[in-house]
Design a protein around this ligand. Structure first.
Ligand code: DOR
Length: 417
């Protein structure tokens, strides 16, 4: 079955032009610029027009971008279905334009075995919504003592291979245990996502970097929130160019400050780990994206029940708000171009995770596609979230820019057109 996406503004990290995208069996089989379709490719384009079972018209003003890739989300499966289920999180991801997601291991039980990670992947694949990759924790039960099954991954000939390893918000206190986990990751060449939020963030980042350098493993710093942390990452990237160090920032740290936390309730609805920081930190984070000190934007989608939030559980539901708040604030205020946003949301995470079949709109890539109308508005209403976590720090209002539909692996998985 051929789907012809006819006449869209095609925007990814490296291109911005009007053209057509042809999808067959989950793959982009052709991308044709409008000028080409008028010249050399005209016969081919006519062939696609004749054979397409589905033609979706973009009128030249709707945007077509690569699906977003979230390196950091909490799907709460197994163990916390009152907060989220695989299905509710996947629907929320699809609505938000996220077609590939890495989910964290702070579940019950902790995702510390290959079997459990593979089982989650399998259940998620059966939903036929998004492409989900559970991390494997570094230690058993995330207790910081014995290595999890990451030690067995190198002998795996087939089966599930995580794209990222992480101990989530629990830093491993013992340097030797941390180092041996990082050495395993180095052998596997899988990045370790360090959350660095137990103690002083900058100190925890510096420690992770020192150990990462020793182990020679790729290191990814999650949800960077302060200028001090940015400075450490920038210095390390300059001094150790061979070191595969990458970093992420969340939409909430990028767009909000501690004034918002106070407004929402510092210990309740405005509480997140790491906490929202100052205006100075916020502008350092924006600059850090601009100069590539920070590589990607990730949601840290952390759904909780109302009662958990009232009781002080940190975290925000982020999959459904990320795109509209970023587009409305950053693109409309000319802070970023559409291409750079696509870089942070798709191309850069694909590169870090080693997913060379996605992240750009190119012939041969997976048909993971987001179609949006920059002239339409998204109304954010927390009660309507697909996610079971209804807590968001962003205001309930209309945001410029609306995702019309999300296509994952060639199938439309969310249609809000
Ligand atoms: O605020 C947060 N909540 N930050 C995290 O990194 C994890 C999390 C959670 O799991 O609730």
């Amino acid at each position: 079955m051929i789907t012809l996406l006819d006449g869209f503004r095609i925007v990814d990290a490296t291109s911005n032009f009007i053209g057509h995208v042809v999808v067959e069996n989950g793959v982009i089989i052709d991308v044709i610029g409008l000028d080409e379709s008028l010249e050399d490719k005209k016969p081919l384009f006519s062939k696609y027009l004749m054979s397409a079972t589905q033609i979706i018209r973009g009128r030249g003003d709707l945007y077509l971008m690569p699906g977003f890739i979230d390196m950091h989300a909490h799907f709460r499966y197994p163990g916390f279905s009152e907060k989220e289920t695989l299905e509710s999180a996947s629907l929320a991801a699809a609505r938000g334009g996220w077609t590939t997601v890495v989910c964290m291991a702070n579940t019950n039980p902790v995702i510390d075995t290959i079997e459990l990670a593979a089982d989650i992947k399998c259940r998620s694949d059966a939903l036929r919504l998004i492409d989900l990759y559970p991390v494997l924790s570094l230690t058993k039960g995330m207790m910081g003592k014995e290595l999890s099954e990451i030690a067995l991954l190198k002998n795996q000939k087939a089966g599930y291979m995580p794209l990222l390893l992480s101990e989530d918000g629990k830093d491993i206190a013992d340097d030797e245990v941390f180092l041996s986990a990082l050495r395993c990751a180095a052998e596997l060449d899988i990045p370790v996502s360090c959350h660095c939020d137990l103690q002083n963030e900058a100190a925890a980042i510096q420690r992770a970097i020192n150990l990462g350098l020793k182990a020679g493993c790729p290191l990814h710093i999650a949800h960077v929130s302060t200028k001090e942390s940015v400075d450490i990452i920038e210095k390390t990237k300059w001094e150790h160019r061979e070191f595969a160090l990458t970093a992420e920032v969340t939409p909430h740290h990028l767009l909000l400050t501690n004034d918002d936390a106070l407004r929402l309730g510092e210990n309740t609805f405005g509480k997140v780990a790491p906490p929202l920081s100052s205006k100075k930190d916020r502008s350092a984070l924006l600059d850090a994206l601009d100069d590539d000190t920070i590589d990607v934007i990730a949601t840290d989608h952390a759904p909780h029940t109302q009662a958990d939030k009232e009781g002080g559980a940190p975290g925000f539901s982020g999959l459904e708000t990320a795109f509209p708040v970023l587009w409305d604030t950053l693109i409309d205020n000319d802070e970023f171009t559409e291409q750079s946003l696509s870089h942070y949301l798709s191309a850069a995470p694909a590169r870090i995770l080693g997913l060379d079949d996605r992240g750009l709109i190119r012939k041969g890539m997976r048909a993971d596609i987001v179609v949006l109308d920059p002239e339409k508005k998204t109304t954010i209403k927390f009660a309507d979230f697909y996610s079971r976590g209804k807590n968001s720090p962003f205001l309930e209002r209309d945001y410029n820019g609306k995702i019309l539909f999300t296509m994952a692996n060639g199938r439309i998985v969310e249609n809000g057109w």
